[in-house]
Design a protein around this ligand. Structure first.
Ligand code: IPE
Ligand code: IPE
Ligand code: MG
Length: 251
């Protein structure tokens, strides 16, 4: 099993994103309701957040609820929202103790009123923390985010604040929910599914993808270290040749 001492602190990803999947299957395997899996998934969130902050990761983005997840049975959606409100409320003192700033991306206005309020309060109460930013993707989908960015830029163009010919990657990135954050270098998905499910399509253009069979409630610090070690053993070429990368590493 991987341990923290195996990790090269000089080669850490700045931003790690995680598709936390498999709560329902985890519960089913135990003969329990899906929501039991979500409840146990919270412990993994706590564990991985702590591990990331201890290591010195600067941004951790967790996919907690997708736009498509609104199509789940109402009882599951309600239970998830309730779990979210309760967890955010309870975790604020720990976030402050660990100097972690909370942020959120997605169509936040579509969340139930109490959930939106709790989230905004927690974001406000942790805004001065600077050790790590924990980003929750809530009511998030990448296609929604991209369309939203296009609308914002089109409005600016209409008011002549930006010329159509000047629209570039920088302007586009700054209209996304993730503006001001670096793109994730590492994307982890648990539960054995090998798909992106509408998550950060623009931002993961050059991310390393790591898939594990572990179901989210079974994903703890050791599994997180394992994913980082796997990342550290890869060569990130960005279109160049292996020889070019070795030469620039020697300089
Ligand atoms: C991930 O677990 C949590 C959410 C999507 C909210 P799932 O609920 O998707 O669990 P599986 O994939 O059905 O096992
Ligand atoms: C992706 O998981 C969304 C979250 C982890 C919040 P899903 O379980 O909803 O994804 P699909 O439907 O299997 O692709
Ligand atoms: Mg799933």
């Amino acid at each position: 099993m991987a341990s923290i001492s195996d990790i090269d602190k000089s080669k850490l990803p700045v931003h790690i994103a995680i598709i936390m999947d498999g709560n329902g299957r985890w519960a089913k395997q135990k003969g329990e309701h899906r929501i039991f899996g979500h409840q146990n998934g919270v412990a993994s969130v706590r564990d991985v957040t702590e591990a990331a902050a201890e290591l010195g990761i600067k941004y951790l983005t967790l996919y907690a609820f997708s736009t498509e997840n609104w199509n789940r049975p109402k009882a599951e959606v309600d239970a998830l929202m309730e779990l979210l409100v309760g967890t955010i409320h309870k975790e604020v003192p720990t976030l402050n103790k660990n100097k972690i700033r909370l942020n959120a991306i997605g169509n936040l206005r579509s969340l139930p009123g109490n959930c939106y309020k709790e989230l905004m309060d927690a974001i406000g109460q942790t805004s001065k923390n600077d050790r790590m930013t924990l980003v929750l993707a809530l009511s998030y989908s990448s296609k929604w985010e991209i369309i939203d960015a296009v609308k914002k830029i089109a409005e600016r163009a209409k008011k002549n604040e930006v010329a159509v010919n000047d629209i570039d990657e920088k302007i586009f990135s700054s209209a996304l929910c993730t503006h001001g954050m670096p793109d994730p270098e590492l994307l982890i998905r648990t539960s054995g599914e090998q798909r992106i499910s509408n998550f950060l399509l623009w931002q993961i253009a050059y991310a390393e993808l790591y898939f594990t069979e572990k179901l989210w409630p079974d994903f703890h610090k050791e599994e997180f270290y394992e994913a980082i070690l796997d990342y550290q053993n890869r060569e990130r070429r960005f279109g160049k040749t292996s020889e070019q990368i070795s030469a620039s590493n020697r300089q």
